[in-house]
Write a protein that binds this ligand. Structure first.
Ligand code: 5GP
Length: 114
């Protein structure tokens, strides 16, 4: 897959607030937050879309979700709640083609859909 803005964030080549990092995942605040908390969790292994993750590698996506839950607990919004979203391709509005999990929290969130 091609280089994206998230590679530059991972390498600290452009400024961003990285809030979480482990051997497999890094996370940073979204530049255009849609909720009081809006953080993106990205695997260190590259995949452009969810369609590109091998069927027998569910840990790639699972680690994003468990890292998000750990972050929610650490930051104190796990009990109130949060939403995780992954957009895939055009109809979902994916704009950065490097898979990432949105974590939205900090206020009651409206429901969404078409
Ligand atoms: P998508 O629409 O692909 O699901 O989400 C991409 C997200 O990346 C958007 O919410 C957008 O605001 C965020 N984003 C795009 N460019 C940057 C950037 O340079 N820095 C940060 N922190 N977030 C970005």
């Amino acid at each position: 897959m091609s280089e994206t803005i998230f590679h530059k964030i991972k390498r600290r080549e452009i400024p961003s607030e990285i809030v979480y990092e482990d051997d497999h995942v890094f996370a940073f605040r979204d530049i255009a937050p849609q909720a009081p908390v809006h953080v993106l969790f990205v695997p260190k292994q590259d995949f452009a879309t969810l369609n590109d993750v091998p069927f027998d590698s569910p840990e790639i996506v699972g680690r994003l979700a468990t890292a998000a839950a750990a972050y929610a607990k650490k930051e104190g919004f796990a009990e109130r709640g949060y939403r995780i979203v992954m957009n895939c391709n055009e109809d979902a509005g994916q704009t950065v083609f490097q898979i990432h999990l949105h974590v939205l929290a900090g206020a009651p969130l409206g429901h969404f859909g078409a």
